[in-house]
Design a binder for this molecule. Structure first.
Ligand SMILES: [Zn+2]
Length: 275
């Protein structure tokens, strides 16, 4: 054996048993409101800003970029005394202002007796968002489809001025459609919550798409699936309505990653997940 071959052999023998050095597949930049999919080798722990992050059996993980995120993310993979860190740069997004007039006053400044119910409604939704049951990640079977045919009348993240007064930014997108229009599941998932008569949201439905990614549909006329039921992408799950705080029939669709809301419209525009 000549020296050159011996050196090459030693080089390969010195590599970790998994083959090549640790890698994180991740885009370099993200906008505020993006949903980012990353990948590592299966069973490699991932840390985002130093905190352990959920990873699927196949090594996928999802990061939701909050609307007002000002700092970059530091993403690390650590395994067998090796570690690698990548920076996900966060870019500002040009959020718009949306004025909505003509809302009944009780929805813009809810009366004190309604605040308790609103608090309970929000808490119920938040608890579901923070649970991460084992669901196969949606993106392994392609991307989201629009849950309803219609025109987008309200963008995600709009700074809202309701009856002339500033309120929280819009946490999803609004798609205008007549009452009774079918709503389809935008991706595979498991129905996590169906609830009626929430003060602002009306009748609602939440679907878990895996790895902490969930859809919420609000202002529904009716829901036609049950909690715990598995739904495939394209299955009819509800009908459009105008329950809760709504000026007319439309679907409000929100997407969350854990408790972070992201822009659903951008999920529809991607031909493929970023991998
Ligand atoms: Zn809305």
């Amino acid at each position: 054996m000549n020296l050159q071959i011996a050196v090459i052999l030693i080089f390969f023998l010195a590599l970790p048993s998994s083959g090549w050095a640790l890698q994180i597949t991740l885009p370099e930049v993200a906008y505020q409101g993006d949903l980012i999919v990353g990948k590592v080798e299966p069973s490699t722990p991932v840390f985002v800003d130093g905190k352990k992050h959920p990873v699927s059996d196949q090594g996928y993980f999802v990061i939701g970029v909050p609307q007002f995120q000002k700092t970059d993310f530091s993403v690390s993979a650590i395994k067998d005394e090796e570690n690698v860190t990548k920076i996900l740069r966060v870019l500002a997004y040009p959020w718009k202002i949306q004025r909505i007039d003509g809302l009944p006053e009780r929805y813009v400044d809810p009366p004190p007796e309604a605040l308790e119910q609103i608090g309970k409604d929000n808490q119920r939704v938040l608890e579901i968002r923070q649970e991460r049951p084992h669901v196969v990640p949606f993106f392994l079977k392609g991307n989201f489809v629009s849950p309803v045919k219609g025109t987008i009348t309200g963008d995600f993240g709009n700074q809202r001025i309701l009856n002339g007064r500033p309120r929280n930014p819009h946490s999803g997108i609004d798609i205008a459609a007549p009452k009774g229009t079918p709503v389809y599941s935008p991706a595979d998932g498991i129905v996590r919550l169906t609830a009626e008569n929430m003060y602002l949201m009306g009748n609602i439905l939440m679907i878990d798409h895996g790895l902490g990614v969930q859809s919420i549909f609000i202002h529904l006329d009716s829901v036609c699936v049950k909690e715990g039921e598995s739904v495939e992408k394209g299955k009819m799950v509800a009908r459009v309505g105008k329950t809760g705080r709504a000026t007319g029939p439309h679907l409000h669709w929100g997407v969350s990653v854990g408790s972070t809301m992201v822009d659903p419209a951008r999920l529809l525009n991607k031909a493929k997940p970023v991998l």
